[in-house]
Ligand binder design. Sequence first.
Ligand code: HEC
Length: 247
Amino acid sequence: MNKKVISLIFGMTALLASASPVIAAGGGNLESAGINVRDVAAIQRGAKWFVNYCFSCHAASYMRYNRLAEDLGLDEDLVRKNLVFADVKMGETMDIAMRPGDAEAWLGKTPPDLSLISRSRGNDWLFTYMKTFYQDESGGWNNLVLPNASMPHVMWQLQGIQKPAASTHGEEHGAEQATDQLILAVPGVQTVEEYERTVRDLVTFLDYLSEPAKLKRKNLGIWVMLFLLLFTGVAYALKVEYWRDVH
Ligand code: HEC
């Protein structure tokens, strides 16, 4: 292959890579979630965390149970046993039983549907959000990336209880990594690394939830790239063949 062809291939690849969307999330110091959306095992674990810890308040009403089962390669019975508590049909969407008004009266705010949250907030924001709940001076829950959030830290038993680090005072240290401002005052049942994996799994699930077709799209993308590479080779061989007699 000559240099032009090679640089063409490189150019194409770079163009495609740079075209992936970058979500601008608020707040400067977010931790990188580092998820792999093709890790189906992580999505499965995340789905379980979601149903056990989030689903009582947050719906995921764009997702149907049977679609979840199919995408994650799970037996419908398994999904029914592990993920579906109420007596719902597999074709139903993942709505919650709680009426919006009840949640508002109880929490002061209606918990938003999380179907598209990974797109609107970005995965790094979600990752940091779930890691930076802490107990403030009032003894109530607070959060570094969503100050005064009306959501309690629902996974505190897993993570433990964080408190502001003594030497720092919240916003004044904006340039630091968000989690450096907190110390683990009471350990949870998971180690720091285990909890990090829990949150990463959860964010992987939320990312999948926001675009279920991504699993298929990404797999398809590889074949498209391979085809383009192969086709470039064929086209080049043809060109050589045609021009052989001209030279
Ligand atoms: C007890 C009910 C409750 C549970 C359980 C709960 N949340 Fe929430 N969540 C809320 C409420 C209320 C808000 C609104 C917070 C606000 O805006 O102040 C919220 C907000 C959020 C937001 C921010 C939405 C936004 O963009 O402002 C995210 C993300 C979120 N929850 C994720 C989760 C996840 C993940 C879980 C499970 C690990 C979970 N929640 C469990 C009540 C709950």
